[in-house]
Design a binder for this molecule. Sequence first.
Ligand code: GH3
Length: 301
Amino acid sequence: MDLLIIDDDTVDRMSALRTLKASGLQLETVDQTASAEEGVALATARHYDAILLDYQLPPANGIEVLQALRRIPRFSTAVLMLSHSHDEALALQCVEAGAQDFLMKSEVTAIRLKRAILMATERYQLEQKVRESHEQMRRLAEEDSLTGLSNRYYFDRALNEAIFWADAHHKSLALLLLDLDKFKDINDTLGHVAGDQFLQMVAQRLKSSMRKDDELCRLGGDEFAVLVPDLSSVDEVEALVARIFAAMTAPAVIEQQELAITLSLGVAMYPDCADDTVELMKCADVAMYRAKAMGRNQAQF
Ligand code: GH3
């Protein structure tokens, strides 16, 4: 087991070290530091199974150090807070801030420390597994399995949030609806697998046309949507539309056949042409069908 002790009191640090050695825990590494800053740096540089963190670390307190530790990317270490204080409210505060346990220094014996470390690391690993499986489930629920893009479920939530954000910040946003032209012909002539490959290629090209904050989703079938938040001018949307069409100019090559990629695109702006999500979707849909009606392979605003 790899441990780190962060305690500015040399006597307490040595005592923790002695207690650890007497605990019978299988210790690989026990690093120690008197400085909160160095403690965070050590925990950033390598993984520890547990950190024994003193609550009193002037000028910081243990909760601030705990927060700094938890900001470390992929931090996965159980933190046990130690203090001379018998304050139950403080103990609760530390656990609420994310410490796995709170131990009073005067009551720490080798057996108690061993039990606390084993329980804390086990509980932490369990919490970590639950967090990871929640995250995995969320990702799966929001991902389109064919293209890897976000799906309709994600899009509905993102659209509501984007409108809420635009209202709160008095900003505009654009919604683009894209529908491939005569996509069914590819399925009919080359088969469904080739159709799938075509959709994957289009998805990749669309992805490469986006800016960092643009939200690209596959709504289903051959239909895609893009949310363009925080718009300063319509020029930004026009530039994005131009990038999308430019990305489609080279044909897709599937089964040694060159297939032209064309799509019809409808753009709707919020709040200029709609008051809510339903109206905005309708507005973009009408524009997209206008693009189809006017000969396809074009955008309509
Ligand atoms: P239009 O230009 O009028 O939009 O013509 P289109 O052929 O693109 O439109 P239509 O909506 O008639 O056809 C969409 C086709 O997409 C029909 C459906 O079978 C196919 N499709 C839907 N989802 C998938 C998929 O995941 N993979 C494949 N290969 N085809 C799909």
